[in-house]
Design a protein around this ligand. Structure first.
Ligand code: PEP
Ligand code: MG
Length: 806
């Protein structure tokens, strides 16, 4: 039995010739192949009913691949699928090219390939041609960019797939602009769904709204065209250096009743200080004399340059993401597209420079609002740039009310990144805003500064300065004028005080508090902030940029570097978790309609078993060379057989402690059997929530469902703990749930024996745990399990613990 192939063409002659060519490759073997070519009366065209007949003729349990030529062939084939009654029959329409795809599909089908494999071969049948021609620097014409508004006759073009998790957001856009700034070339970039835009305009690049997995088409002309294209391709392939960043800052919590979102953890009480935004709309009535317009343009250019320099200056004194965000903002300030529109408005319509930049910004903001998502969160950045330029032009001072000697809780309608980086975490206890989201630059900066923050608080600007409020950036709680009892509940979570383990409850029950790391670079924070060891070493983060498999020696080096820092302590190392939101170029995964449900995690070893074996060997060698207590685990396990197989592989490699991650409901439900195979498990609550609630964890629209407080998730975890208790095997949690102090208490109450989290959460979790008894934790867990919603669970746990916190 082999996969059936249906060939759909406008022309019977073309279809027959293509089939004959394909058959010549199969050396005598007969594929199941049918032609559905020509319309009724054999005129040129296609006919859905002929396609249905052909599909039926070649159908079998192995499925059918339909290969089409163009235009109506695709529509007719789609229509044909509607007419197939046998819903169990797997029929797929190939995205592959007609001739090459057919050849590849036939050869793979005759070789006994599955429908997945045949489809994959057909879809990628042009790769050989493309790479051969690219190697000789020929031009690959991108149809989408050829109809660009700005006409560019490309001398060279190329394409690359966005591999960084957040895609072409502000920082990558700024990096592209910066990289080609010195090239003498006209460069344009298009994406899968957008026309080409100039590559020197960060706002235009942002407007592409290109996401991870989409292709960027780059074309250039001019003396440095090749250099410019190469620079961009390198940046894209390198994921813009965003290897060790978590895919998206996780939404900490969302309160559906109030709409408040916690975006940076920490619980504090303090007086409100409103951020002033003294900028009024420039007068639209003023029209400049013709003779004054040139000078007005110069004023605008000067102000723009000064503001860009100011952002650059800020970036120089900062580090990490704060530095990068300020650099990107500086590049966006001098965006030629923005300036051009403003200058034209001055010259052609006589607008004042302040009015011109006001209107030019509004145009871009309107586009960002339409695109929504991450782009809408860049609106605050655009307004901040505009306001700073206008303040310079109209000689207004920046608001200086943030220079305060008393601690305060900053309250604002929204907060620009530049305002946020000016905050001193010693004085600014928390940030409360009406607008913004978990992925806004301000939220990212607040997290990096360790300032608790919440957003989505309505009518926040009406709160009078000095009013005492309670803010909890982990739970999204916001209380105006909290009572004494509520105020008392904050004392145990100082924003970033140090924790000195080991983790234990007030009555001495030990729960390991461990750190999640992506490479040795994360180790210093983990150790300083009190981690007892590592509960999740995401090894894929060491190699996200690699085109080829890292050698065993390279891997040993990377793993030893971490093991060395934890002599005598536990390091749970996870084998490569590739696929879905973390593609690894050297572990290619075919195009999948649902990557999160596809070949990812442990499943990649189905096709590339040698990569897993090499990694296990490298881990074993690194472990033997150092003195850490090395535990190894596999991600994305769904069946007991997989667990058994993985453990066998680890034993062959010479590793002694082997476990699996529980990230699928299937694994949670089968936990009792899994425990018979493994030495331990670690629950990945991020994925377990995604699969339990059937909600893509990358979608901010579904964040409410991916809330780790969902009682369904807790019931899954309870199942796992119950499975562990008979055999007394360790159960860790290494997903985001472990970094929420109250939820961590619930996890301990459910029976979790180790909590692993980002280093910054260790102190809050460790301190709350130390203030409660095991019985308190169990009571909290029971209360959460009995809740019927995430929000109810939060409230009931908070209530059950408020009276007992020591
Ligand atoms: C998880 O899914 O909870 C987990 C820890 O793994 P990752 O976030 O790396 O997918
Ligand atoms: Mg996971």
């Amino acid at each position: 039995m082999m996969v059936g192939i249906v060939v759909v063409s406008h022309s019977p002659a073309l279809a027959e010739a293509a089939v004959n060519l394909a058959l010549a490759m199969t050396v005598g073997q007969s594929p199941r192949i049918e032609i559905a070519a020509g319309a009724v009366d054999d005129v040129i065209g296609t006919d859905a009913l002929r396609i249905v007949d052909a599909i039926k003729k070649v159908s079998s349990s192995k499925g059918v691949l339909v290969i089409m030529d163009l235009g109506s062939a695709i529509m007719s084939s789609e229509m044909a699928l509607e007419f197939i009654d046998d819903k169990a029959l797997d029929v797929r329409l190939s995205k592959g090219p007609f001739v090459e795809g057919l050849l590849a599909a036939v050869v793979r089908a005759v070789g006994g390939g599955s429908l997945d494999e045949v489809e994959y071969e057909a879809a990628n049948a042009l790769l050989a041609k493309v790479s051969q021609l690219s190697a000789t620097s020929e031009i690959i014409i991108n149809e989408q960019s050829s109809d660009s508004k700005t006409s560019l006759k490309p001398e060279i073009s190329s394409q690359a797939i966005l591999v960084n998790a957040i895609g072409l957001h502000a920082r990558p856009a700024a990096m592209i602009v910066g990289a080609i700034a010195d090239c003498h070339a006209q460069v344009q970039i298009a994406s899968d769904f957008s026309k080409a835009v100039p590559a020197n305009s960060p706002t235009a690049l942002l407007g592409l709204a290109a996401k991870c997995g989409q292709t960027l088409y780059i074309q250039a002309a001019g003396p440095d065209a090749k250099k410019a294209v190469d620079l961009i391709i390198n940046l894209v392939n390198d994921g813009f250096g965003e290897h060790d960043e978590s895919p998206l800052p996780s939404l900490k919590s969302y309160n559906p009743t109030t709409g408040v979102i916690g975006v940076s953890p920490g619980r504090v009480v303090g007086p409100v200080l409103q951020l002033l935004h003294p900028i009024s709309e420039p007068d639209v009535q003023v029209v400049l004399e013709l003779s004054d317009r040139k000078a007005a343009v110069q004023h605008l250019m000067l102000a723009v340059a000064q503001v860009a320099d100011w952002f650059k200056l800020q970036s120089a004194r900062l580090e990490g993401s704060a530095r990068e965000i300020m650099q990107a903002t500086s590049v966006i300030t001098t965006d030629p597209a923005l300036i051009k529109v403003a200058c034209e408005a001055i010259i052609n319509c006589g607008l004042t420079p302040e009015r011109a930049i006001w209107e030019a910004t509004e145009d871009i903001v309107a586009e960002f609002s339409v695109q929504g998502g991450l782009l809408s969160e860049r609106i605050t950045d655009m307004y901040d740039i505009r306001n700073r330029i206008i303040r310079l032009l109209t000689v207004q001072d920046a608001p200086d009310n943030l220079i305060s000697n008393e601690p305060y809780i900053l309250v604002a309608s929204d907060l620009a990144p530049a305002d946020t980086v000016m905050l001193n975490p010693r004085d600014c206890l928390a940030i409360v805003t009406e607008k913004g989201g978990p992925t806004s630059h301000s939220a990212i900066l607040a997290r990096s500064l360790g300032i608790p923050a919440i957003t989505g608080v309505t009518e926040v600007t009406a709160i009078v300065d000095g009013t005492i409020v309670l803010v909890d950036g982990a739970t999204g709680e916001f209380i105006i004028s909290p009572n004494d009892e509520q105020k008392g509940s904050v004392s145990f979570i100082a924003p970033i005080s140090l924790f000195h383990g080991p983790g234990r409850t007030s009555d001495g029950y030990q729960v390991q508090i461990l750190a999640n790391i992506g490479s040795v670079a994360d180790v210093p924070d983990a150790i300083t902030l009190g981690a007892e060891g590592v509960g999740l070493f995401r090894t894929e983060f060491c190699f996200l940029d690699r085109e080829d498999e890292p050698s065993i020696a390279e891997q040993v080096k990377a793993y030893r570097a971490v093991f060395k820092c934890f002599s005598g302590r536990k390091v749970v190392i996870r084998t490569l978790d590739a696929g879905s939101d973390k593609p690894l170029p050297f572990l290619p995964i075919r195009n999948e309609a649902n990557p999160a449900l596809g070949i990812r995690g442990y499943r990649t070893s189905w096709h590339s078993p040698e990569i897993l074996c090499n990694q296990l060997m490298a881990i074993a060698q690194a472990a033997a060379a150092e003195h850490a207590e090395v535990w190894v685990m596999a991600p994305m396990i769904a069946t007991v057989e997989e667990a058994q197989e993985f453990v066998q592989k680890t034993r062959v490699a010479g590793l002694t402690i082997a476990g699996v991650m529980i990230e699928t409901p299937a694994a949670a439900i089968m936990a009792d059997h899994l425990f018979e195979q493994v030495d331990f498990v670690s629950i990945g609550t991020n994925d377990l929530a995604q699969y339990t609630l059937a909600a893509d964890r990358m979608s901010s629209d579904l964040a409410v469902l991916n809330d780790p407080w969902q009682p369904s998730l807790m019931r899954m975890i309870e199942l796992v703990c119950r499975g562990a208790s008979d055999l007394k095997k360790p159960v860790g949690v290494c997903g985001e749930a472990a970094s929420d102090p109250y939820l961590a208490i619930v996890l301990v109450g459910l029976g979790v024996t180790a909590l692993s989290m980002s280093a910054r959460s260790i102190s809050a979790v460790g301190q709350l745990l130390a203030s409660l008894s095991l019985e308190d934790c169990r009571r909290a867990a029971q209360a959460a399990l009995n809740s019927d919603s995430a929000q109810a669970a939060r409230l009931v746990v908070r209530e059950s613990l408020s009276s007992v916190i020591k």
